[in-house]
Design a protein around this ligand. Structure first.
Ligand code: ANZ
Length: 803
């Protein structure tokens, strides 16, 4: 055979696949079961692929190749999440349209991806910044608006007066703008948002039916932050009332003060009654400088002040309770007010110490002089109430029920659920995103463009930089004016966030050229959900939550056939530098460029190496020596299986057992994405084949089919050398026979009176008499007494009982 040359082999097969459209999926072919394998599509940055990309992409590639051989009609598409900041920055500095930069990068990425030999159906490539695509992003957003889930409402934002713009939390440092150091305040402004809490219950339920990592499901549950409790109304002395939300109603006799959110409505309504108005106003102004994150940080000092002269009444015992404000209470959560129980809530405890307020312990079981005795420490432990009138002596769990009932019967309480999950702010003051397709009419009403006017295309600008921090689209003075069919107004100039297109792109791949609907319903019914989705864990609560929301919305509208879009999810681990340090911008010396590896060793080596590094899910360091090891293994496979003399027609059964074991292990491991262990088994098989010196043709061919999923170029080439002239991609996946892989001998301990004296190797199907005979032979020199009993436990033990 000739020597292995990765360059000629890989070029040849990439050309073949492209010319023959080998991996083009006929989505209308419903005659086979479907399999939809999806990768998280990349942002086409200026630097091209990094070593982390091929890892997840190879994982789905192997799966899709196996599924194709198993008789599935496979959809494995690729595209680009192509709106975003780098392209916009390029446009600002060069004055060129960001689409130019984007297209150039897409071309580079696509070339690199083709060089890795993935089985993508390139005819279905999409890019979120393509108007043909974003027409439907706009259309779905309009649907969300019409259904009441997309809203234009007042939201607290970080406002910088000097820059005249809204800043994101990470652009604000210590109440000042990162750029320029100007003061930033929290201010209510009209924003486009999507009402995520409206989907909270459905999202929680949906998690039960999908095969996702438990840790990711937990992150989503925590993010949604469902909290069940009671809302209780408190009368204000001299008129008025307000409600609090608590998850610990059992502590109501321990209230010694109340805390209101400084920026909430309740405080506003009390302003003309407070005796220390100046102090209160100053504190409110102070609070406006902080974001929620700083406010709720656990170990910050609990600042605030009293609302002098204001009291409320505890409904369970009629006690007069003083009111305070404190920034740890958020206006946007629950009712924006809390009943403070310093003995049983650490934040209240610290606030009480700082403001010199009494404490009353109401749950027994710990000393509360240094620290609060909190619910995570008393729940479910049988702790009992004290200092709680008729509820004293009840367990916490009993008291929760009884006190709630009392308050509900009094007509001052109701059980409620809150979610920590907030509105998803859905607009940015940026150019390179989907324009929100609406107009603010002269009468102030919002008008969404009729479907015929979609896509609303981004107008090219002379200057892509927003003036005075305003949205860049404000520069499109003419475009901004709308006057059509009697509707006059100005267009929205904010654009959608990066996560808009990626929230539904997986449906578009199924029918990417459809200009009548976002995707044909019959096709969606056949192809959804995605069977396997692979991508980084950093998307656990962002993209993966947004996608579930958009899909669930479309499902509720009858436009998606499934409640959950991604049936099985797998996160790939990070590829670290040689010394275990995260690769990337901070450590450019450790960056491994996949194209360099492809050049030197070939894509098959890179694929094999990345899959052999360890389990997909874990992070692992790059190892250049192991890259060479992968290369050597391919050469070893090549040398044997392309050698005509070694591939034989007769089967002397030397390899039968290892062959069936290999087919079984590879099939099962592939199914679970256990590629490293599957490869280890293939290596064992190849060792055995070398030992045997020849290999039956059937085994050789079936081995190459499995091997070709990992190393498709060399797999195709060997397949051809074995005498085939068609692609290997649609060959039938090998089957294994359990009966052919049983061990033919067994090792059995031989005992005298229960103590092991020797071990004998016997045929697996040995008879009782033969086993005992062999056992006695092995210990003949020790058989000195009277044998009274001979026991054989098949396959396990031979025991000779002697006196
Ligand atoms: C009294 C109490 C006593 C509380 C006790 C806890 C322990 P989650 O689980 O996050 O829902 N809370 C309510 N609204 C708040 C707001 N807007 N800002 C800050 N804190 C708020 O937490 C609910 C608990 O957080 C509520 O139960 C309330 O304090 C506080 F021993 O009420 B608790």
């Amino acid at each position: 055979s000739t020597a292995y040359n990765h360059k000629t082999v890989e070029k040849k097969w990439q050309k073949y696949w492209q010319e023959n459209e080998t991996f083009k999926t006929d989505v209308w072919d419903f005659s086979k079961p479907k399999y939809y394998a999806l990768d998280m599509f990349p942002y086409p940055s200026g630097v091209g692929l990094h070593a982390g990309h091929p890892e997840g992409y190879t994982a789905t590639d192997i799966m899709s190749r196996m599924k194709r051989m198993q008789g599935y009609n496979v959809l494995h598409p690729m595209g680009y999440d192509s709106f975003g900041l780098p392209a916009e920055q390029y446009a600002v500095t060069t004055g060129n349209h960001p689409a130019e930069f984007t297209q150039k990068n897409i071309a580079t990425f696509s070339k690199q991806l083709r060089e890795l030999g993935f089985d993508y159906d390139w005819s279905k490539m999409i890019a979120t910044s393509d108007p043909k695509f974003y027409k439907w992003t706009q259309w779905i957003f309009k649907k969300l608006y019409e259904a009441g889930y997309a809203k234009h409402i007042d939201m607290p934002v970080n406002w910088c007066e000097e820059l005249g713009t809204v800043l994101s939390n990470d652009e604000v440092i210590d109440g000042k703008s990162e750029r320029g150091g100007y003061p930033v305040v929290r201010k209510n402004m009209k924003q486009w948002v999507i009402d995520q809490p409206a989907f909270a219950e459905k999202l929680l339920e949906g998690l039960e039916e999908i095969d996702w990592p438990e840790s990711t499901k937990d992150m989503q549950r925590n993010w949604i932050g469902k909290s069940t409790g009671v809302e209780v109304e408190f009368e204000i002395v001299d008129g008025g009332k307000f409600s609090i939300f608590t998850t610990c109603i059992e502590t109501i006799y321990g209230i010694t003060f109340m805390v209101l959110a400084p920026d909430g409505e309740i405080v506003k309504s009390l302003m003309d009654r407070v005796e220390n108005k100046e102090e209160v106003e100053a504190y409110i102004a102070e609070t406006a400088k902080k974001n929620d994150f700083d406010r709720t940080e656990l170990n910050k000092t609990k600042s605030g002040c009293r609302l002098e002269g204001i009291y409320c009444i505890n409904p369970v015992n009629g006690k007069k309770v003083p009111l305070f404000i404190g920034d740890f209470v958020l206006a946007s959560y629950g009712t924006g007010a809390v009943m403070a129980v310093p003995s049983h809530d650490q934040r209240d405890f610290e606030y009480a110490i700082a403001h010199n307020i009494d404490m009353i312990q109401v749950i027994e079981g710990a000393d509360v002089s240094e620290h609060a005795f909190e619910k995570q420490d008393y729940l479910g432990k049988g702790c009992k109430l004290i200092n709680s009138e008729e509820f004293t002596g009840l367990t916490v769990e009993e008291a929760k029920v009884a006190i709630t009932k009392k308050l509900v019967d009094m007509g001052v309480a109701k059980e409620t659920v809150n979610y920590h999950f907030r509105e998803w702010i859905f607009a940015r003051q940026r150019y390179w995103g989907e324009p929100v397709p609406c107009v603010y009419k002269e009468d102030g009403e919002i008008y969404f463009l009729p479907d015929e006017e979609l896509p609303l295309i981004l107008p090219p600008l002379d200057d892509y930089k927003g003036k005075n921090g305003k949205a860049p689209l404000e520069n499109a003075v003419e475009w901004k004016q709308y006057d059509k069919n009697g509707i006059k107004g100005v267009r929205e100039t904010a654009t959608m966030p990066g996560s808009a297109g990626s929230s539904w792109y997986y449906m578009r791949y199924i029918d990417p050229d459809n200009d009548k609907e976002f995707a044909n319903q019959e096709l969606l019914k056949h192809w959804m959900p995605v069977d396997l989705y692979v991508g980084g864990p950093e998307h656990a609560v962002g993209h993966l939550m947004y996608s579930r929301i958009w899909n669930r919305f479309l499902y509720d509208q009858g436009l998606s056939p499934v409640k959950e879009p991604f049936k099985k999810l797998v996160h790939q681990g990070m590829i670290l530098g040689e010394n275990g340090i995260k690769m990337g911008k901070r450590f450019p010396e450790f960056v491994v460029n996949p194209s360099d590896i492809v050049e030197e060793y070939g894509a098959d080596t890179l694929r094999l190496y990345e899959m052999f590094m360890g389990p997909i899910e874990v992070s692992k360091p790059w190892n250049s020596d192991a890259v060479q090891g992968a290369y050597r293994f391919i050469k070893r496979v090549w040398a044997f299986f392309t050698d005509e003399e070694k591939i034989v027609d007769e089967n002397d059964n030397t390899l039968t057992k290892i062959y069936h074991q290999t087919v079984k292990k590879v099939t099962n491991d592939f199914e679970e994405l256990g590629y490293n262990t599957a490869i280890a088994q293939m290596m064992t098989f190849v060792n055995e084949v070398y030992k045997a010196g020849k290999c039956p043709k059937e085994y050789a061919e079936n081995f190459i089919k499995m091997f070709s999923c990992i190393c498709p170029h060399v797999g195709e080439e060997i397949w051809q050398i074995l005498g085939h002239n068609d692609t290997i991609a649609f060959e039938k996946w090998p089957e294994y026979d359990e009966s052919k892989m049983v061990e033919d001998t067994i090792k059995v301990p031989v005992q005298i009176n229960g103590k092991t004296k020797a071990v004998v190797e016997l045929p697996a199907d040995v008879s009782k008499d033969d086993a005992i005979l062999a056992g006695k032979e092995a210990i003949a020199d020790k058989l000195t007494g009277n044998v009274v009993k001979e026991i054989y436990v098949p396959g396990r033990i031979i025991n000779i009982v002697m006196k």
